[in-house]
Ligand binder design. Structure first.
Ligand SMILES: [Cu+2]
Length: 340
């Protein structure tokens, strides 16, 4: 058995340099279809054939070489140096109206479809938090915002809000590879290969701008992918490892056009997946959102969500990993009161 399995494992293992960032922002029409011109992050480098932009776009916290790997430091900036001011480089800002639904798209780079590449990662492939503010700071610190700002705007210094908490694995996205997850998804979510994504299907965080964002000004979005290594899973990191990636971006808020779009509200099934939101998320925008259960490897959920006195809500998930073993992980879904 092992003799048969080993070449398969080796074939699936592709070392990964590329991490993830928000490649594009797009407005989503009420029927779930992307519309209009896309926008780009601060300091964006365009994807051009033969050009690697990983170094320019990846922002890892804590950075490589840090002695303490289990948590971010209070001095860590939220934004990459090239993204600390609202400055565009290659690619314009997105234009969107107050209350607009917006897709933030990113590549999974195997983090969804080849989970065996990294030991001890969460079943949902990490959690994406999106924060919004009309009052960004040049020296914004991660720990002043992340798991501090709240949906009601009262968290931390009150300068911004938590707009969304979603699984990194949106349930559909894939990179083309010979892993089972990718092959299953290629069959289940087919799309025409296009220049932008190729044959891959990018992941997305779907959010909704607050209805009261001021028109005529930029609104800042912080995308934070929290992708920890659990303790005891990787011998290099016996106490686990914090691993966070961010993208900082602005949206130009414009007035709603008066022309009424003759399309119905609610995601329309059967549409082109190159230009479609994630229905399970999109249909809940503007309503109280709860984190959908992770789709990757999930075999059963014990609905043991409990809100503790410390404000840390724990969701117990029973997962079967991609080989055979069954394990239980804890996901902390809301903020610890202090980050140490
Ligand atoms: Cu990566």
């Amino acid at each position: 058995m092992l003799i048969i399995l080993l070449p398969v494992l080796l074939a699936l293992y592709t070392p990964i340099d590329a991490h993830s960032w928000v490649e594009q922002l797009t407005v989503i029409a009420p029927n779930g279809t992307f519309v209009g011109e896309p926008g780009y992050a601060r300091g964006n480098y365009e994807r051009l054939a033969g050009r690697s932009i990983d170094q320019q776009m990846t922002n890892l916290i804590p950075p490589l070489g840090r002695a303490v790997v289990t948590q971010a430091s209070p001095t860590d900036y939220l934004c990459k140096e090239s993204q600390r001011t609202p400055t565009q480089l290659e690619g314009a800002r997105l234009k969107a109206s107050p209350g607009a639904a917006i897709a933030l798209r990113y590549q999974e780079n195997g983090h969804v479809t080849l989970p065996a590449n990294q030991a001890g990662k969460p079943a949902n492939r990490g959690t994406v938090y999106v924060y919004g503010t009309t009052d960004p700071k040049k020296d914004e610190k991660l720990l002043d915002v992340h798991k501090v700002w709240t949906a009601d705007g009262k968290g931390g210094d009150g300068r911004g809000v938590l707009l969304a908490v979603q699984n990194f694995d949106d349930g559909r996205c894939y990179q083309i590879n010979s892993g089972k997850i990718s092959e299953d998804r290629q069959a289940k979510f087919p799309h025409t290969a296009i220049e932008l994504m190729g044959a891959d299907l990018w992941c997305q965080s779907d959010i909704k701008l607050p209805a009261n964002v001021p028109v005529g000004k930029p609104y800042t979005l912080y995308w934070v992918w929290d992708w920890p290594t659990l303790p005891g899973a990787d011998p290099t990191y016996p106490k686990g490892k914090a691993e966070i990636y961010t993208t900082c971006m602005d949206v130009d808020v414009v007035a709603k056009s008066n022309s009424k779009l003759a399309i119905k509200d609610g995601f329309v099934n059967g549409q082109d997946l190159n230009k479609a939101a994630i229905p399970g998320v999109f249909n809940t925008l503007g309503k109280a959102q709860s984190l959908p259960p992770p789709t990757t490897f999930l075999t059963s959920i014990a609905p043991a969500a409990e809100a503790s006195a410390t404000g840390v809500e724990r969701q117990t998930l029973t997962v079967t990993d991609w080989v055979t073993s069954t394990s239980t992980i804890f996901m902390e879904r809301s903020q610890p009161t202090s980050m140490g």
